[in-house]
Design a protein around this ligand. Sequence first.
Ligand code: SF4
Ligand code: SF4
Length: 417
Amino acid sequence: MPDVRNWQLGRTMHYPFGERRPERQFAFVINTNRCIGCQTCTMACKSTWTFGKGQEHMWWTNVETKPYGGYPQGWDVKLLSMLGPQPWSDSGKGERSSPYGTYDGETIFEAARTRPAAPGQTVLGYLPTDAEWAAPNISEDTPVGGKGEPGKYHPTGESLPVHRTWFFYLARLCNHCSWPACLAACPRKAVYKRPEDGIVLIDQSECRGYRKCVEACPYKKSLYRPTTRVSEKCIACFPRVEGKDPEGGGVPQETRCMEACIGQVRMQGLVRTSPEGGWAEDPGNPLYYLVHVAKVALPLYPQFGTEPNGYYIPPRWVPRPYLRQMFGPGVDAALERYEHPDRELLAVLQLFRRDHRIIGSYERLDGRKVYEREIRGRTWAMYDDTVVARGLDGKELFRTRVEEPVIVRDGKHANTI
Ligand code: SF4
Ligand code: SF4
């Protein structure tokens, strides 16, 4: 089995195919601190792609309440316990090739070699039961209680920075992984990763419905359709990303789930990749800035080893051990930065959901100082900077400011009901 470089793990790892990166990679950042669990993203996807017969249980994107919710139920806790110990060390920590240190445990590809459940199994995984697929939002809005019991409030759980009563919304979709487990496991080679944008697709004419991708995907984002007897998954709204959606006027647009986000927590784009592995340096790209410069956005369960291309700004009120397990050892530094944002980070955060077109780069223009005050023991200043967003072709898409303008309406029609 060849070795490939996984920068999220700070090391090389086993994968059934050799090192190969697309020209550009589909990627996204979700700010969990601002998600309100409205499920608009979920329904935007459902009503676009999975409203047909046999797709009733298919939620290519979903929002689950952590820690108890999950679709399919228990998808992450099941695999975490199958995987065993997941230690990290500080070796190389902070370097561009290993920003979170080094993962010393086994990935799902490595675990399949040391303890395969079946002969020839290339990926450690499991097939969820029908019951686990049946209810997409079970445990929605259920908090951790005083003694770790669901549904109870802790009597002193109201104090920041870490609530003792807590839950948060985790919005999920296919991560269009750099080393997809679905692709590694498919005996028909029906799953492929597009060289132009890294989007992972299932060739419907090649698939025979063996469900090896469903078993292998650690995020359980490949799903079986009983009416056609083949598997389907998120297609990253590729006509939109290619700029071929008639509504987009020929300009690449973000996916439907991103565009529809009410909480303005999602941003999707394309990042340039490097032949040495990982992302090429591109500080003007807002996704690159959030992941590699500010390091506030972290991969979901990087220890699985697929190098997922979905990144999350972790929720700041959740106990750190839980977050470290979910997003890796970069959590503390990410939250420190997010809680004390400098003017660059504050400016980039303004870009979320100001437009439906893909942002290729941004520029921050200095504005006036609005105020200065003490926040959590530190002096912090806010500046009304302007952020200019440009498309993939370098043309300006829009500009916005850190301080939202207050617009007072003409009172003439204030009471029209
Ligand atoms: S999230 Fe799952 S379905 Fe999507 S590319 Fe990764 S392994 Fe494949
Ligand atoms: S639309 Fe946005 S705010 Fe609403 S659930 Fe989805 S990610 Fe969260």
